[in-house]
Design a protein around this ligand. Sequence first.
Ligand code: AMP
Ligand code: MG
Length: 328
Amino acid sequence: MTATELLAADAAGIARAAALLRAGELVGFGTETVYGLGADATNERAVAAVFAAKGRPRFNPLICHYPEAEAAFEDVEAPPVARRLAEAFWPGPLTLVLPRRPGCRVALLAAAGLATQAVRVPAHAAALALLRAAGRPVAGPSANRSGQVSPTTAAHVMAGLGGRIAAVLDSGPCRVGVESTVLDLSGGQPVLLRPGGATREAIEAVVGPVRLPEAAHAKGAPRSPGMLLSHYAPSLPVRLAARTVAADEALLAFGPPLDGAGAVFQLSAAGDVVEAACRLFAGLRALDAAGGVRAIAVMPIPATGLGLAINDRLRRAAAPRDDPAALA
Ligand code: AMP
Ligand code: MG
Protein backbone atom coordinates (compact mmCIF):
# COMPACT_ATOMS: atom_id res chain seq x y z
CA MET A 1 0.00 0.00 0.00
CA THR A 2 1.07 3.59 -0.59
CA ALA A 3 1.82 6.09 2.16
CA THR A 4 -0.98 6.91 4.57
CA GLU A 5 -2.27 10.49 4.12
CA LEU A 6 -2.32 12.61 7.27
CA LEU A 7 -5.32 14.93 6.86
CA ALA A 8 -6.05 18.09 8.84
CA ALA A 9 -9.53 18.17 10.39
CA ASP A 10 -10.60 21.15 8.26
CA ALA A 11 -13.23 21.28 5.50
CA ALA A 12 -10.81 19.99 2.85
CA GLY A 13 -9.48 17.19 5.05
CA ILE A 14 -12.95 16.05 6.04
CA ALA A 15 -14.13 16.08 2.41
CA ARG A 16 -11.08 14.03 1.40
CA ALA A 17 -11.60 11.54 4.25
CA ALA A 18 -15.28 11.14 3.34
CA ALA A 19 -14.45 10.56 -0.32
CA LEU A 20 -11.93 7.86 0.65
CA LEU A 21 -14.52 6.16 2.88
CA ARG A 22 -17.11 6.22 0.09
CA ALA A 23 -14.52 4.65 -2.22
CA GLY A 24 -14.14 1.71 0.20
CA GLU A 25 -10.83 2.87 1.71
CA LEU A 26 -9.94 2.82 5.42
CA VAL A 27 -9.59 6.11 7.31
CA GLY A 28 -8.54 6.57 10.94
CA PHE A 29 -10.56 9.31 12.64
CA GLY A 30 -10.65 10.87 16.09
CA THR A 31 -13.68 10.65 18.34
CA GLU A 32 -14.08 11.74 21.96
CA THR A 33 -13.21 8.21 23.14
CA VAL A 34 -10.34 6.84 21.02
CA TYR A 35 -9.36 6.95 17.34
CA GLY A 36 -11.56 4.69 15.22
CA LEU A 37 -10.59 2.78 12.10
CA GLY A 38 -13.35 3.94 9.77
CA ALA A 39 -14.78 1.92 6.90
CA ASP A 40 -17.99 2.13 4.85
CA ALA A 41 -20.10 -0.28 6.92
CA THR A 42 -22.34 -1.04 3.94
CA ASN A 43 -19.35 -2.29 1.92
CA GLU A 44 -18.52 -5.90 2.80
CA ARG A 45 -15.01 -5.63 1.31
CA ALA A 46 -14.22 -2.45 3.25
CA VAL A 47 -15.32 -4.22 6.43
CA ALA A 48 -13.14 -7.23 5.59
CA ALA A 49 -10.25 -4.83 5.04
CA VAL A 50 -10.70 -3.55 8.62
CA PHE A 51 -10.05 -7.01 10.03
CA ALA A 52 -7.09 -7.44 7.70
CA ALA A 53 -5.54 -4.06 8.59
CA LYS A 54 -5.93 -4.68 12.31
CA GLY A 55 -4.53 -8.18 11.95
CA ARG A 56 -7.42 -9.43 14.07
CA PRO A 57 -7.36 -13.19 14.50
CA ARG A 58 -11.15 -13.11 15.03
CA PHE A 59 -14.21 -11.46 13.54
CA ASN A 60 -15.48 -9.38 16.45
CA PRO A 61 -18.66 -7.43 15.78
CA LEU A 62 -17.91 -3.77 15.00
CA ILE A 63 -19.55 -0.59 16.23
CA CYS A 64 -21.25 1.52 13.56
CA HIS A 65 -21.07 5.29 13.81
CA TYR A 66 -23.78 7.74 12.77
CA PRO A 67 -24.14 11.54 12.79
CA GLU A 68 -27.47 11.36 14.65
CA ALA A 69 -29.84 8.94 16.35
CA GLU A 70 -32.43 9.01 13.53
CA ALA A 71 -29.81 7.67 11.09
CA ALA A 72 -28.82 4.88 13.50
CA PHE A 73 -32.45 3.89 14.03
CA GLU A 74 -32.84 3.32 10.28
CA ASP A 75 -30.63 0.25 10.72
CA VAL A 76 -31.64 -1.08 14.16
CA GLU A 77 -34.87 -1.51 16.11
CA ALA A 78 -35.24 1.24 18.70
CA PRO A 79 -37.52 0.37 21.62
CA PRO A 80 -38.44 3.23 24.01
CA VAL A 81 -35.51 2.38 26.31
CA ALA A 82 -33.08 2.90 23.42
CA ARG A 83 -34.67 6.22 22.53
CA ARG A 84 -34.43 7.39 26.14
CA LEU A 85 -30.74 6.46 26.28
CA ALA A 86 -30.05 8.09 22.91
CA GLU A 87 -31.78 11.24 24.13
CA ALA A 88 -29.69 11.27 27.32
CA PHE A 89 -26.27 10.17 26.02
CA TRP A 90 -25.96 10.91 22.28
CA PRO A 91 -23.82 12.31 20.98
CA GLY A 92 -21.55 10.60 23.51
CA PRO A 93 -19.54 7.56 24.66
CA LEU A 94 -22.40 5.05 24.85
CA THR A 95 -22.79 2.23 22.32
CA LEU A 96 -26.14 0.45 22.09
CA VAL A 97 -26.50 -3.14 20.88
CA LEU A 98 -29.91 -3.51 19.23
CA PRO A 99 -31.64 -5.95 16.83
CA ARG A 100 -30.79 -5.29 13.18
CA ARG A 101 -33.84 -4.14 11.22
CA PRO A 102 -34.92 -5.92 8.06
CA GLY A 103 -33.09 -4.10 5.29
CA CYS A 104 -30.30 -3.02 7.66
CA ARG A 105 -27.65 -1.42 5.42
CA VAL A 106 -24.74 -2.61 7.53
CA ALA A 107 -22.79 -5.56 6.11
CA LEU A 108 -23.40 -8.83 7.96
CA LEU A 109 -19.63 -9.15 8.44
CA ALA A 110 -19.67 -5.95 10.56
CA ALA A 111 -22.07 -7.73 12.93
CA ALA A 112 -19.93 -10.91 12.77
CA GLY A 113 -23.08 -12.65 11.58
CA LEU A 114 -25.15 -11.70 14.63
CA ALA A 115 -28.76 -10.53 14.48
CA THR A 116 -27.78 -7.48 16.51
CA GLN A 117 -25.82 -4.36 15.60
CA ALA A 118 -23.83 -2.02 17.85
CA VAL A 119 -24.49 1.66 17.07
CA ARG A 120 -23.23 5.00 18.41
CA VAL A 121 -23.26 8.74 17.75
CA PRO A 122 -19.87 10.17 18.83
CA ALA A 123 -19.58 13.55 20.58
CA HIS A 124 -16.90 15.05 18.39
CA ALA A 125 -17.33 17.85 15.86
CA ALA A 126 -14.86 16.54 13.25
CA ALA A 127 -16.16 12.97 13.56
CA LEU A 128 -19.75 14.14 13.12
CA ALA A 129 -18.79 16.25 10.10
CA LEU A 130 -17.04 13.22 8.60
CA LEU A 131 -20.05 10.96 9.22
CA ARG A 132 -22.41 13.51 7.68
CA ALA A 133 -20.17 13.85 4.63
CA ALA A 134 -19.80 10.07 4.30
CA GLY A 135 -23.60 9.77 4.24
CA ARG A 136 -23.62 6.15 5.37
CA PRO A 137 -22.91 4.13 8.51
CA VAL A 138 -19.19 3.97 9.28
CA ALA A 139 -17.77 0.92 11.06
CA GLY A 140 -15.09 1.99 13.51
CA PRO A 141 -13.25 -0.35 15.83
CA SER A 142 -10.31 1.17 17.66
CA ALA A 143 -7.59 2.11 15.15
CA ASN A 144 -4.83 -0.12 16.50
CA ARG A 145 -3.26 -3.38 15.45
CA SER A 146 -4.84 -6.34 17.24
CA GLY A 147 -3.35 -6.79 20.71
CA GLN A 148 -2.05 -3.23 20.99
CA VAL A 149 -3.59 -0.47 23.09
CA SER A 150 -6.23 1.85 21.68
CA PRO A 151 -4.83 5.03 20.05
CA THR A 152 -5.74 8.47 21.37
CA THR A 153 -3.70 10.58 18.91
CA ALA A 154 -3.24 10.56 15.14
CA ALA A 155 0.45 9.78 15.75
CA HIS A 156 -0.53 6.57 17.57
CA VAL A 157 -2.65 5.53 14.59
CA MET A 158 0.18 6.30 12.19
CA ALA A 159 2.63 4.30 14.30
CA GLY A 160 0.34 1.24 14.32
CA LEU A 161 -1.40 1.35 10.95
CA GLY A 162 0.69 3.70 8.78
CA GLY A 163 1.12 2.12 5.34
CA ARG A 164 -1.89 -0.17 5.92
CA ILE A 165 -4.69 2.38 5.62
CA ALA A 166 -5.47 5.23 3.21
CA ALA A 167 -5.55 8.16 5.64
CA VAL A 168 -5.81 9.47 9.17
CA LEU A 169 -7.95 12.51 9.96
CA ASP A 170 -5.97 14.33 12.67
CA SER A 171 -8.40 15.97 15.07
CA GLY A 172 -5.99 16.16 18.01
CA PRO A 173 -5.88 14.07 21.17
CA CYS A 174 -9.07 12.32 22.36
CA ARG A 175 -10.87 13.99 25.26
CA VAL A 176 -12.20 10.88 27.01
CA GLY A 177 -9.40 8.49 26.12
CA VAL A 178 -11.23 5.27 27.02
CA GLU A 179 -13.59 3.31 24.78
CA SER A 180 -17.35 3.78 24.76
CA THR A 181 -19.54 1.87 27.19
CA VAL A 182 -21.26 -1.01 25.37
CA LEU A 183 -24.83 -1.71 26.54
CA ASP A 184 -26.82 -4.62 25.14
CA LEU A 185 -30.52 -3.77 24.80
CA SER A 186 -31.43 -6.77 22.65
CA GLY A 187 -32.56 -8.95 25.57
CA GLY A 188 -34.91 -8.27 28.48
CA GLN A 189 -32.86 -6.20 30.92
CA PRO A 190 -29.99 -4.02 29.69
CA VAL A 191 -26.58 -5.74 30.04
CA LEU A 192 -23.34 -3.82 30.41
CA LEU A 193 -21.00 -5.62 28.00
CA ARG A 194 -18.08 -3.21 28.34
CA PRO A 195 -17.49 -0.43 30.85
CA GLY A 196 -16.38 2.81 29.26
CA GLY A 197 -16.91 6.53 28.93
CA ALA A 198 -20.55 6.50 30.12
CA THR A 199 -20.82 5.30 33.73
CA ARG A 200 -23.14 2.56 34.93
CA GLU A 201 -24.60 4.99 37.50
CA ALA A 202 -25.46 7.55 34.82
CA ILE A 203 -27.08 4.85 32.66
CA GLU A 204 -29.06 3.43 35.59
CA ALA A 205 -30.36 6.91 36.39
CA VAL A 206 -32.08 6.81 32.99
CA VAL A 207 -33.16 3.17 32.60
CA GLY A 208 -33.01 1.60 36.07
CA PRO A 209 -30.94 -1.48 36.99
CA VAL A 210 -28.40 -2.73 34.47
CA ARG A 211 -26.97 -6.23 34.66
CA LEU A 212 -23.34 -7.25 34.32
CA PRO A 213 -22.54 -10.10 31.91
CA GLU A 214 -21.32 -12.27 34.82
CA ALA A 215 -24.77 -12.11 36.42
CA ALA A 216 -26.40 -12.88 33.09
CA HIS A 217 -24.04 -15.86 32.72
CA ALA A 218 -24.87 -17.25 36.18
CA LYS A 219 -26.21 -20.79 36.32
CA GLY A 220 -29.94 -20.91 35.80
CA ALA A 221 -30.15 -17.34 34.53
CA PRO A 222 -32.43 -17.02 31.53
CA ARG A 223 -30.52 -16.71 28.31
CA SER A 224 -31.82 -14.29 25.73
CA PRO A 225 -30.76 -14.94 22.19
CA GLY A 226 -27.97 -12.68 21.01
CA MET A 227 -27.35 -11.35 24.50
CA LEU A 228 -24.50 -13.56 25.62
CA LEU A 229 -23.33 -15.31 22.51
CA SER A 230 -20.79 -12.94 21.10
CA HIS A 231 -20.71 -14.96 17.92
CA TYR A 232 -23.07 -16.41 15.40
CA ALA A 233 -23.44 -20.20 15.30
CA PRO A 234 -25.63 -22.09 12.83
CA SER A 235 -28.17 -24.55 14.27
CA LEU A 236 -26.88 -27.44 12.10
CA PRO A 237 -23.72 -29.29 13.20
CA VAL A 238 -20.61 -28.11 11.38
CA ARG A 239 -17.89 -30.48 10.09
CA LEU A 240 -14.53 -28.89 9.28
CA ALA A 241 -11.78 -29.70 6.77
CA ALA A 242 -14.12 -31.86 4.67
CA ARG A 243 -12.40 -33.84 1.88
CA THR A 244 -15.63 -35.60 0.88
CA VAL A 245 -19.28 -34.67 1.29
CA ALA A 246 -22.50 -36.73 1.65
CA ALA A 247 -25.82 -36.17 -0.12
CA ASP A 248 -27.48 -35.27 3.18
CA GLU A 249 -24.88 -32.61 3.95
CA ALA A 250 -24.65 -29.01 2.79
CA LEU A 251 -21.26 -27.85 1.54
CA LEU A 252 -19.52 -24.56 2.33
CA ALA A 253 -17.13 -24.56 -0.61
CA PHE A 254 -13.79 -22.79 -1.01
CA GLY A 255 -12.39 -23.26 -4.49
CA PRO A 256 -13.61 -26.04 -6.81
CA PRO A 257 -16.49 -27.67 -4.86
CA LEU A 258 -16.55 -31.32 -3.80
CA ASP A 259 -19.11 -33.47 -5.63
CA GLY A 260 -22.29 -34.88 -4.16
CA ALA A 261 -23.50 -32.32 -1.60
CA GLY A 262 -27.21 -31.74 -0.97
CA ALA A 263 -26.67 -27.97 -1.18
CA VAL A 264 -23.66 -25.80 -1.96
CA PHE A 265 -22.65 -22.26 -1.03
CA GLN A 266 -19.46 -21.04 -2.68
CA LEU A 267 -17.33 -18.79 -0.43
CA SER A 268 -14.84 -18.04 -3.18
CA ALA A 269 -14.49 -19.95 -6.43
CA ALA A 270 -11.04 -18.40 -6.90
CA GLY A 271 -9.89 -19.37 -3.40
CA ASP A 272 -9.60 -15.74 -2.21
CA VAL A 273 -9.78 -15.46 1.61
CA VAL A 274 -10.95 -11.81 1.49
CA GLU A 275 -13.92 -12.74 -0.71
CA ALA A 276 -14.57 -15.75 1.55
CA ALA A 277 -14.61 -13.50 4.64
CA CYS A 278 -17.18 -11.26 2.97
CA ARG A 279 -19.46 -14.23 2.27
CA LEU A 280 -18.86 -16.35 5.40
CA PHE A 281 -21.87 -15.39 7.53
CA ALA A 282 -24.28 -15.17 4.61
CA GLY A 283 -23.09 -18.66 3.59
CA LEU A 284 -23.58 -20.21 7.01
CA ARG A 285 -27.05 -18.69 7.24
CA ALA A 286 -28.03 -19.82 3.74
CA LEU A 287 -26.92 -23.42 4.33
CA ASP A 288 -28.51 -23.49 7.78
CA ALA A 289 -31.82 -22.62 6.11
CA ALA A 290 -31.31 -24.96 3.11
CA GLY A 291 -33.51 -27.77 4.47
CA GLY A 292 -33.14 -31.53 3.82
CA VAL A 293 -29.57 -31.67 5.15
CA ARG A 294 -28.30 -32.81 8.55
CA ALA A 295 -24.97 -30.98 8.71
CA ILE A 296 -22.73 -28.38 7.10
CA ALA A 297 -19.43 -29.67 5.73
CA VAL A 298 -16.73 -27.02 5.27
CA MET A 299 -13.86 -27.39 2.82
CA PRO A 300 -10.36 -26.55 4.13
CA ILE A 301 -9.50 -22.84 4.17
CA PRO A 302 -5.87 -21.72 4.45
CA ALA A 303 -4.98 -20.04 7.77
CA THR A 304 -3.29 -17.07 6.11
CA GLY A 305 -4.44 -13.43 6.21
CA LEU A 306 -8.19 -13.30 6.90
CA GLY A 307 -8.22 -17.10 6.69
CA LEU A 308 -7.10 -17.06 10.32
CA ALA A 309 -10.26 -15.28 11.45
CA ILE A 310 -12.44 -17.42 9.16
CA ASN A 311 -11.00 -20.61 10.69
CA ASP A 312 -11.44 -19.23 14.20
CA ARG A 313 -15.12 -18.54 13.54
CA LEU A 314 -15.67 -21.92 11.91
CA ARG A 315 -13.98 -23.72 14.81
CA ARG A 316 -16.37 -22.00 17.19
CA ALA A 317 -19.32 -22.92 14.99
CA ALA A 318 -18.14 -26.55 15.00
CA ALA A 319 -17.43 -26.78 18.74
CA PRO A 320 -19.86 -28.69 20.98
CA ARG A 321 -22.62 -26.27 21.97
CA ASP A 322 -22.06 -26.86 25.69
CA ASP A 323 -18.41 -25.79 25.41
CA PRO A 324 -18.17 -22.38 27.15
CA ALA A 325 -14.86 -21.59 25.44
CA ALA A 326 -16.65 -21.65 22.10
CA LEU A 327 -19.04 -18.93 23.25
CA ALA A 328 -16.36 -16.41 24.15
P1 AMP B 1 -13.91 -2.14 19.27
O1 AMP B 1 -14.04 -2.88 17.99
O2 AMP B 1 -12.50 -2.13 19.78
O3 AMP B 1 -14.50 -0.77 19.20
O4 AMP B 1 -14.80 -2.92 20.33
C1 AMP B 1 -16.17 -3.11 20.06
C2 AMP B 1 -16.85 -3.73 21.25
O5 AMP B 1 -18.26 -3.78 21.04
C3 AMP B 1 -16.39 -5.16 21.49
O6 AMP B 1 -16.29 -5.37 22.86
C4 AMP B 1 -17.53 -5.97 20.88
O7 AMP B 1 -17.61 -7.25 21.41
C5 AMP B 1 -18.74 -5.10 21.21
N1 AMP B 1 -19.85 -5.32 20.27
C6 AMP B 1 -19.97 -4.80 19.04
N2 AMP B 1 -21.08 -5.27 18.41
C7 AMP B 1 -21.68 -6.12 19.27
C8 AMP B 1 -22.86 -6.93 19.21
N3 AMP B 1 -23.65 -6.96 18.12
N4 AMP B 1 -23.13 -7.70 20.28
C9 AMP B 1 -22.34 -7.68 21.37
N5 AMP B 1 -21.22 -6.95 21.48
C10 AMP B 1 -20.88 -6.16 20.46
MG1 MG C 1 -10.29 -2.25 20.41
